[in-house]
Design a protein around this ligand. Structure first.
Ligand SMILES: [Zn+2]
Length: 184
C-alpha cells in the first residue's frame, strides 16, 4: 500500500504526465523540515531551502532536475570555530510511472515527492571535513588554543571580507615596521 503523498516537497505533474516533451518549472522556498546531516556540519531545521526544480515529461516517467540553495552550520574541523557557509546542491532523478516492478522513485497520483531526493543530495553535498577557511591553522597541539590571530571565539560566519581585512592589518603592521627600520 502506498501512503498518500503530502508535504511541501510534493509537486503536481498532472498536466504533463504521459505527454513527453512537456516541461514545468517550480521555484519554491521551504524551511528544512528537520536537521539534515549528521557530521560536523548540517543544514539546521527551519533553514530556508530555495528549490529550483524542473519537471520534464519523458517516455518512462517524469525527469526531475534542479538545484537547491541553502546554508550549512557547524564547526570547523580544525579549530572548532562556528561556521556558516552557503551550499548549492544539484539533483536529478527519474520518477518512473508505476509498473510491474517497484522503483525507488515513482510518480504517484500524478505527483512527484522530492523530499528524499533532495535530502539525500544535500547530505551528500555537505563537506566531510569542513574548515572555516582553506588555510585554517587549527589548534596549537600543546595549549589547545587557536593558532589564529585573535584567538577570540568569534561567532560570526566566515566571510571573505574578514580575510581581506586581515590581510590589510598584516600589511599595515609590516610596512610600519619597515618604515621604523628605515628611519633609524
Ligand atoms: Zn578553523
Amino acid at each position: 500500500m502506498r501512503s498518500r503523498l503530502s508535504g511541501p516537497f510534493v509537486l503536481p505533474a498532472r498536466d504533463i504526465v504521459r505527454t513527453p516533451g512537456e516541461m514545468r518549472e517550480h521555484r519554491l522556498t521551504i524551511p528544512a523540515p528537520e536537521k539534515w546531516g549528521e557530521g560536523l556540519v548540517a543544514v539546521p531545521q527551519g533553514k530556508d531551502l530555495e528549490l529550483d526544480a524542473r519537471l520534464e515529461s519523458v517516455h518512462e516517467g517524469i525527469l526531475v532536475s534542479g538545484t537547491l540553495d541553502t546554508e550549512y552550520e557547524g564547526e570547523c574541523g580544525r579549530c572548532l570555530r562556528e561556521i556558516v557557509a552557503p551550499l548549492e546542491v544539484e539533483f536529478q532523478e527519474l520518477f518512473e510511472y508505476p509498473g510491474e516492478e517497484a522503483a525507488d522513485f515513482e510518480v504517484q497520483d500524478d505527483h512527484v515527492d522530492l523530499e528524499t531526493l533532495v535530502r539525500d543530495a544535500t547530505v551528500l553535498a555537505l563537506p566531510f571535513q569542513p574548515v572555516c577557511q582553506p588555510d585554517c591553522p587549527g589548534l596549537d597541539p600543546n595549549t589547545g588554543e587557536r593558532l589564529t590571530e585573535s584567538g577570540s571565539a568569534q561567532q560570526a560566519p566566515v566571510d571573505p571580507r574578514w580575510a581581506a581585512l586581515q590581510n590589510l592589518t598584516d600589511h599595515g603592521s609590516a610596512s610600519d615596521a619597515a618604515r621604523d627600520t628605515e628611519e633609524s
